[in-house]
Design a binder for this molecule. Structure first.
Ligand SMILES: *Cc1c(COP(=O)(O)O)cnc(C)c1O
Length: 384
């Protein structure tokens, strides 16, 4: 097998290396790579150039010491659990976490003898009490929760957990490193689902786990290889293409989201708007302190007519696709009551404020005026 000779030139854009295995000149070279005396690759499950390159960019963006790319966001959370938990360990979870994260801990990790407790992580006294009452190895929170964008007070949570020798893992997916770098605020570990705004094109699934202690990074790399959580080269390569526009996309989507939230507030058909950039959001001030470049791309609004009104609105606005994910470069909508919170009891949903009329928007970075026109066209149908 021959490789192209680039001479004095080299490609501007990063090549894709789908190779599952790497060849080596001799046994001494193999030893040097195994012993980390020289860089190099041996087998793609243990590491490959496209993952290494993506991880290195994201590690810088996250102000981390180390970072590992995984096959999905759930893979990154699974890697953290597998790397740092053992039978008998306790984990404290924000009760507003992404549903699959709660399932992973409550249904899967408990089978391996891990004990899981839920807490309202916005209630710092309740967190302090829980940490006082038992020893926890790990606490997991989200910078911005789904769908109502409650903001985690990461600096305070880091103080509380560290007082009790507990690691703090922050899922930063809704914020992205452009808006928040939890490791700078005291967290020990941060994860991102790259599937969402970091790639921003809804055409890959990948995750990222990063931290501050080198020993943690070695442990995570070993777990990712052994449990087979590695990312594939093509997804890493696609994501690399989009990293250079991440900053632009996050800022523009954030600016759009604030404008959309303010506009929705004035619409008679809309009974409630939930966005941390609005002064009536319970975490508006906290968001202002912890987030940069605005308040994010996620917002919710409620139609008084419940499920029927949501269906009418969705049918009138096919330009805003119903897609139960987020972070796409164009605006999409979702419906928490029948998607992310489908398996919660109606009472639990009501207690959280997730009504049948609540629509979640993942605001994109398209031009604002046409987007407002489409939103208006949908709301007009409700009056008819
Ligand atoms: C999507 C998501 C995940 C899981 O990521 P995948 O890439 O879908 O596995 C975890 N946390 C949050 C907040 C998410 O939105």
């Amino acid at each position: 097998m021959t490789h192209p000779d680039f001479g004095l030139s080299k490609p501007l854009t990063p090549p894709l290396y789908p190779s599952a295995v790497y060849t080596l000149p001799d046994l001494d070279a193999l030893d040097a790579i195994y012993e980390h005396r020289t860089p190099g690759f041996i087998y793609a499950r243990d590491g490959h150039p496209n993952a290494t390159q993506l991880a290195s960019e994201l590690t810088q963006l996250s102000a981390a010491q180390w970072g590992v790319v995984t096959g999905s966001g759930m893979g990154a959370i699974a890697a953290a659990c597998l790397a740092f938990l053992k039978a008998g360990d306790r984990v404290l979870l924000s009760r507003r976490l992404y549903g699959k994260t709660i399932r992973l801990l409550q249904d899967e990790c408990t089978r391996f003898g891990v004990v899981v407790e839920l807490v309202d992580s916005s209630d710092l006294a309740a967190v302090a009490n829980a940490l006082q009452a038992s020893h926890y190895q790990l606490m997991i929170v989200e910078t911005l929760s789904n769908p109502l964008c409650r903001v985690a007070d990461i600096p305070q949570l880091a103080h509380l957990t560290h007082d009790h020798q507990c690691r703090l893992l922050v899922d930063n997916t809704f914020a992205s490193p452009v808006m928040c770098r939890p490791l700078e605020l005291g967290a020990d570990l941060v994860m991102e689902s790259l599937t969402k705004i970091i790639n921003g094109a809804s055409d890959i699934t990948l995750g990222f786990l990063a931290g501050r202690q080198t020993a943690d990074g070695q442990r995570v790399a070993s777990v990712v290889s052994t449990w087979g959580l590695a990312a594939n080269p093509f997804d890493c390569w696609l994501t690399m293409r989009n990293l250079s526009t991440l900053d632009l996309r996050v800022r523009t989507a954030s600016t759009n989201a604030l404008a959309v939230a303010r506009w929705l507030k004035d619409q008679p058909a809309v009974s409630r708007v939930v966005y941390p950039g609005l002064t009536d959001h319970p975490d508006h001030a906290l968001a202002g302190r912890l987030l940069e470049h605005g308040y994010g791309h996620m917002l919710c609004f409620e139609l008084a007519g419940g499920r029927k009104a949501v269906n009418t609105w969705m049918r009138a606005t096919p330009q805003i696709p119903f897609a139960p994910s987020l972070g796409h470069s164009d605006t999409t909508c979702s419906h928490p009551a029948t998607t992310s919170h489908r398996y919660e009891t109606p009472e639990a949903r009501a207690a959280e404020g997730i009504t049948d009329g609540l629509i979640r928007l993942s605001v994109g970075c398209e031009p604002l005026e046409p987007l407002l026109r489409i939103l208006a066209q949908g709301l007009q149908q409700l009056g008819a």
